[in-house]
Design a protein around this ligand. Structure first.
Ligand code: NAD
Length: 476
């Protein structure tokens, strides 16, 4: 990886200001396989200056010019698709099949959707004598996590390009290689110099410098609620827009008329996919009391055959979790579940049999979970499902909403009408009825402490725009 020790600023790969570095660990071996440079304030200053200088010209480009650029980006992304998928599989542990299909595929899908969105987006509208114009907000700082890295990067870069914004990206320092390749892709696509800049680094240094920077007009952040709060605080003094996509503890309500076998099976698989490291994973499964035992039996039967193993091996459903820190946190929460009296249905502490190296976690299901247990309240971000029995429909709606988070909810029912009524009562930015297909056009984001603002398609584009009302634009 030739650019790992450099940053991409003002259209070229440059040396960092300081000399701090960080090893990138392969979570399947616990060994370093690359080293990146960690940036400082001075690197952020340079990147922001480049983005500011590039803004007036890029903001003035036509829709057609930006569409042409985004189409070139789609081509360049395609050319490096396999490299990106391989890199993220190695650095965050996603099984190769998931990495190649879904992880890297999200980048393609979001870019295609944003191109389609830009083709017909209304930037201007006349209401009476007032012109309402939507203009690019300016320089955007982007801070992203490691769990679906290309999804998050493209959810920010594509709308910023469509809007005419310039940007400084700080990807996760834990999985930075895919982002370095992505910067090469941007260069290959011919993005004008200064429009896109990449500075690697840790959160408290580079992330904080971006959030605080007076030359940054907006921060778009995806990550934990903890860091999202710090970003908002650092951004407050400069009154910049703060867009936050944060954590979740999503409820999955299985109503008594749902197909139990299918609902539990798909619920278990949704939690275990990506080793439980998805912000919207349905980690609190509510089942009717009388079906609780049956649900536990189905969950056990579904979870036990799921293959845990090296990301490079065939047929693997769960790779390792991303890091030692995450591994330890998940272990602590599994222990807490046992201690607090939940029924361990399958899995448990320690590594799966036969795997004594790598951050592998046993796919774990708890039954008889109650609302106050740590495993029902905290975002575990690992392959751990909590099953909670409930009495009435009113009760389950109230309990499902009883969380500081509000990213997603899931409703399973044999009656679409009934599911819709429950969906309407959920306090979350997304509700998924009967495990629908993924929709790149649906708004994505959270209520409450799961965030502010929305991503995907036109909803994502709106976040990167200022609204100008020119009153008296037409003579009365
Ligand atoms: P994290 O919050 O530790 O890190 C995310 C990013 O923030 C990283 O780039 C990190 O360097 C940076 N950061 C950390 N401290 C910072 C600070 N003080 N100032 C500025 N930046 C800082 O999260 P993670 O462990 O990388 O990712 C997992 C979390 O992300 C989970 O909580 C998950 O739910 C959340 N997530 C949310 C969504 C969503 O769309 N809502 C999507 C994916 C992940």
């Amino acid at each position: 990886m030739s650019h790992a020790l450099q940053f991409y600023i003002d259209g070229q790969w440059v040396a960092p200001s300081g000399n701090k570095t960080l090893d990138v660990i392969d979570p399947s071996t616990e060994e370093a396989f690359a080293t990146i440079a960690l940036g400082e304030q001075a690197d952020v200053d340079k990147a922001v200056a480049a983005a500011r200088a590039a803004f007036p010209a890029f903001a003035a480009t036509s829709r057609a010019e930006r569409l042409a650029l985004m189409r070139r980006l789609a081509e360049a992304y395609k050319a490096r698709y396999a490299d990106i998928a391989d890199a993220l599989s190695r650095e965050m542990g996603a099984p190769k099949e998931l990495a190649h299909r879904a992880q890297a595929g999200m980048g393609t899908a979001h870019l295609a959707k944003m191109i389609e969105t830009l083709e017909s987006f209304e930037f201007e509208e006349l209401r009476g004598t007032t012109l309402i114009a939507k203009e690019p907000i300016g320089v955007v700082g982007m801070i992203t996590p490691w769990n679906w890295p290309l999804n998050q990067i493209m959810c920010k870069v594509a709308p910023a390009l469509a809007a005419g914004c310039t940007m400084v990206l700080k990807p996760s320092e834990i999985a930075p290689i895919n982002a370095i390749i992505f910067a090469e892709v941007m260069h290959e696509a011919g993005v004008p110099k200064g429009v896109f800049n990449l500075v690697n680094g840790d959160g408290p240094t580079v992330g904080e410098a971006i959030s605080r920077h007076p030359g940054v007009d907006m921060v778009s952040f995806t990550g934990s609620t903890r860091a999202g709060i710090l970003v908002a605080k650092a951004a407050a003094d400069t009154v910049k827009r703060v867009h936050q996509e944060l954590g979740g503890k999503s409820a999955n309500i299985i109503l008594d008329d749902a197909d139990l076998q299918k609902s539990v099976k798909l619920g278990v698989e949704s939690v275990m996919r990506n080793s439980g490291q998805s912000c919207n994973a349905p980690t609190r499964m509510f089942v009717p009391e009388r079906l609780h035992e049956e649900a536990l039996a189905i969950a056990k039967q579904v979870a036990e055959p799921l293959k845990v193993g090296a990301p490079s091996a065939d047929g693997v459903f769960l790779g390792p979790v991303v890091s030692e820190v995450q591994y330890e946190k998940i272990q602590r929460l599994i222990e807490a579940g046992i201690k607090e009296g939940a029924t361990l249905v399958t899995g448990g502490p320690g590594r799966p049999e036969g795997l004594n190296r790598g951050y592998y976690v046993r796919p774990t299901v708890f039954g008889g979970v109650t609302d106050e247990m740590a495993i029902a309240r905290e975002e575990i971000f690992g392959p751990v499902l909590s099953i909670l029995p409930y009495g009435s429909e009113d009760e389950v709606i109230e309990r499902a909403n009883d969380t500081p988070y509000g990213l997603a909810s899931y409703v399973q029912s044999g009656s679409l009408d009934r599911a819709r009524k429950v969906a309407a009562k959920m306090r979350s930015g997304n509700v998924y009825i009967n495990y629908p297909a993924w929709d790149a056009g649906a708004p994505f984001g959270g209520y409450k402490q799961s965030g502010n603002g929305r991503e995907y398609a036109g909803f994502g584009l709106e976040e990167f725009l200022e609204i100008k009302g020119t009153v008296g634009f037409e003579a009365a």
